[in-house]
Ligand binder design. Structure first.
Ligand code: GDP
Length: 298
């Protein structure tokens, strides 16, 4: 196998043409469109989305001789266009407490994301409570306590193996009594036993609704960018388990460019509330469609 040329998607296409870098020019013909399609599909964008993006690019440009820069700009602006409607920060309600249920497979970055969000809301003057609802994973509870200390936010825990719904109920009681603005509830991510997990999540929702019929106000699904196309099936699965209202994609600081987010936006239209860009507490950024598209097109 040949080594991947650097410079992202575009470098890989223009690398097959005459010239170097920004001076390279190619006629936008069927062959090039096919290459574009292939590259977009290879970047986890999904077949349907890749076809749509390339056909939009072809419009008004087919048969023209284009520079790298022109192709890059066209590609980036088409991708940004798909992403703009889903770039929305977590909406804040006047409701006290606003209850945010956080779901996702183990290792996706739930705990870390909760810590980062807690820190941001705390910095914005909000009073935050965290419930360590993954009561079966002692390590997750400990990790959440560490994040709670860093963000200076109380973390409610329960003995290992105890009922997460009962912890969620206690957390609701505390958050209401304290007049907290925000309650974030971590949950288990054991997809091996879906029926179990579905019942567990349903029970959490049922008990917190005893305290507030509108809760949870948000159900955040945390996805790991490095899992590529798997993110699609995770969204499908978690939408069956919970009423997912928005996404956070983590680990976009690595080599993963998160091309699958384009497919997700196209297919589900769920808002992307934030992206994880590192392991530190400040490494949570708003999702910026233009920046994202520029990084993806290289
Ligand atoms: P959980 O099992 O879903 O709660 O996942 P964790 O929050 O424990 O995260 C799993 C691993 O991913 C940890 O090593 C985190 O430091 C790491 N992680 C989480 N978010 C990010 C991110 O945005 N960037 C990077 N590089 N690592 C992350």
């Amino acid at each position: 196998a040949e080594a991947k040329p650097s410079g992202g998607l575009l470098g890989r296409i223009m690398g097959r043409s005459q010239g170097e870098g920004a001076v390279a020019r190619r006629v936008l013909d069927d062959e090039m469109l096919e290459q574009l399609e292939e590259l977009l599909i290879a970047s986890d964008m999904g077949v349907d989305t890749a076809l749509r993006v390339t056909s939009n690019i072809a419009e008004g440009r087919f048969g023209k001789r284009l520079s790298s820069l022109e192709i890059k700009q066209a590609l980036a602006s088409e991708i940004a266009r798909v992403m703009e409607p889903v770039a929305r920060p977590l909406p804040l309600y006047p409701k006290k407490p606003q209850v945010v249920l956080v779901v996702g497979v183990n290792g996706s970055g739930k705990t870390t994301t909760i810590g980062k969000l807690a820190s941001q809301f705390k910095a914005a003057g909000k009073q935050v409570v965290i419930a360590a609802g993954d009561t079966f994973r002692a390590a997750a509870v400990e990790q959440l306590q560490v994040w709670g200390e860093r963000a200076n936010v109380p973390v409610l825990t329960a003995p290992e193996g105890s009922d997460p719904a009962s912890l969620a109920f206690d957390a609701m009681t505390k958050a209401q009594a304290d007049g907290a603005d925000l309650l974030m509830i971590d949950t288990a991510g054991r997809l091996q036993n879906r029926q179990d997990l579905m019942e567990e999540l349903a029970k959490i929702v049922r008990v917190i609704r005893k305290k507030d019929p509108d809760a949870p106000h948000n159900t955040l699904l945390v996805l790991d960018a490095t899992t590529g196309q798997n993110a699609l099936s995770q969204v499908e699965t978690f939408r069956k388990l919970a009423d997912v209202s928005g996404l956070v994609m983590t680990k976009l600081d690595g080599t993963a460019k998160g091309g699958v987010l384009v497919a997700l936006a196209d297919k589900f239209g769920l808002p992307i509330h934030a992206i994880g860009v590192g392991e530190q507490i400040e490494d949570l950024a708003p999702f910026d469609p233009e920046e994202f598209a520029a990084a993806l097109t290289g």
